[in-house]
Design a binder for this molecule. Structure first.
Ligand code: FAD
Length: 403
């Protein structure tokens, strides 16, 4: 047969290819990636690689020999422009490539800041290795950095820039940082630590424009406040890269719509990773999940389906973020939270927040508490019932409750 074609050589696409070969798939596997690099890890780009604690040589997911050894046909620097689901082909430049199974693993693109001045020199984004190299170069000398967006990427960039000797101000439009992903008590502790390390965080602060003569010189907030800046990093979220699927008539809804087996509306076409909107028992409606865990586990799930052992995708979501001396870990999806219970002392920089709905644990955020995180994954997977009193009681045996 024509084998498997994977659009996008990122975390999800590489995992799928690897799992297929490990599972004994014998046909051709082609990975077509738009970036000029073999598959690499993104998490270090805002953390150790940006701050200089790790070299750029640490980011590749596999050594070059891996691809030849596993007969993975990797093409880099090529963009797939079109999918023809009827003919079961994709088009990349002058080539038309046939597939038995097509996997769209195109990830996401940064959301652009829609204000005047956003095109000035010195306004940067961070998604890929090229972005990281540019940002790293800009931070080689101390800067006055304004980070727009108080999500994980924004806070990690602020921490890395500070470690390098720059002064960082984070601007967040919502009333608090990490609003989408982290419990209020957790976000407060993180903000406090950033303050102690010299990062200023402004919440409820919209950006009205960026000023500068050629290069950026200031960020102007909607209340008129002018923040001097010679470097601006925008981290206001991503947009799933669903354009080629949509143009092919495949169902999309801010992301490519897939079922529990990660199948799209087109026969033989799957979508995985940041681009896939999937149904899950961990959320009341189909979701996009932007995490390494999700990319890896969805790659594995589709490999199993192609290998004839389909099993609905049901992995518990988890995520991490490193900022200064803080390792934040989350598990579950915090939809319709009814109760948030703190375990441990939030002032100690090592505590957890358990999020409950209907008396069950639906998500757990931990700070420098890796054991609670691992237990949390089990509690969320099982939907364990726990009371607020039990969770808050330091002598209550959580591990036992998760067993
Ligand atoms: P990607 O890894 O984005 O790969 C998609 C690839 O497809 C890209 O290379 C893209 O160029 C390519 N592509 C797109 N369109 C086409 C086309 N038409 N033709 C060919 N190729 C195409 N997650 C965590 O769990 N923990 C973290 O700490 C963490 N930190 C992060 C830090 C940063 C700076 C970033 C950017 C992300 C971070 N993430 C983190 C998220 C995680 O990296 C992503 O969820 C993960 O990479 C998603 O994998 P993916 O394969 O779906 O997409």
């Amino acid at each position: 047969g024509a084998g498997v074609v994977i659009v996008g050589g990122g975390q999800a696409g590489l995992q799928l290819a690897t799992s297929l070969r490990q599972g004994g798939y014998g046909e051709a596997i082609r990975i077509i990636g738009a970036e000029p690099y073999a598959p690499y890890q993104r998490p270090p780009l805002s953390k150790a690689v940006l701050s200089g604690e790790a070299g750029v040589d640490t980011v590749p997911l596999r050594a070059p020999a891996f691809f030849a050894d596993n007969r993975l046909d990797l093409v880099t620097g090529r963009r797939v422009e079109a999918i023809d689901p009827g003919a079961r082909t994709v088009t990349a430049g002058a080539d038309t490539i046939a597939y038995d199974h097509l996997i769209v693993a195109t990830g996401a693109d940064v959301r652009k800041l829609p204000v005047p001045g956003a095109e000035l020199e010195g306004v940067l984004y961070l998604r890929g290795l090229d972005d990281a190299l540019k940002l790293k170069e800009a931070l080689a000398r101390p800067r006055q950095v304004v980070v727009i967006g108080g999500g994980f990427i924004g806070l990690e960039v602020a921490a890395s820039a500070t470690k390098l000797g720059s002064k960082a101000v984070v601007v967040e439009a919502l009333p608090r940082v990490l609003a989408r992903s982290t419990a209020p008590a957790m976000a407060s502790a993180i903000v406090r630590r950033h303050g102690e390390k010299g990062v200023e965080i402004k919440t409820g602060a919209g950006v009205s424009r960026i000023e500068g003569e050629g290069a950026v010189s200031a960020v102007v907030l909607s209340d008129g406040t002018k923040l001097p800046a010679d470097l601006v990093v925008v981290g206001i979220g991503v947009v799933p890269a669903a354009g080629i699927a949509q143009a092919a008539g495949i169902a999309t809804d801010n992301g490519i719509v897939v079922d529990e087996l990660l199948r799209t509306s087109a026969p033989g076409v799957f979508a995985i990773g940041d681009v896939a909107r999937f149904p899950t028992r961990f959320a009341p409606k189909p979701v996009l999940v932007e995490s390494v865990q999700n990319a890896i586990d969805q790659g594995k799930a589709v490999a199993a389906t192609i290998l004839g052992k389909p099993k609905p995708y049901d992995a518990v979501p988890w995520f991490w973020s490193d900022q200064f001396d803080m390792k934040l870990q989350t598990t579950g999806l915090a939809f319709d939270v009814e109760e948030a219970v703190v375990r441990g002392d939030p002032d100690s920089l090592a505590f957890s927040v358990f999020l409950l709905r209907g008396g069950r644990v639906i998500a757990v955020d931990t700070l420098n508490k890796p054991a609670d995180h691992m237990i949390g994954r089990r509690l969320v997977t099982a939907g364990t019932r726990l009371s607020a009193a039990e969770i808050a009681d330091p002598s209550f045996d959580l591990k036992q409750a998760a067993a």
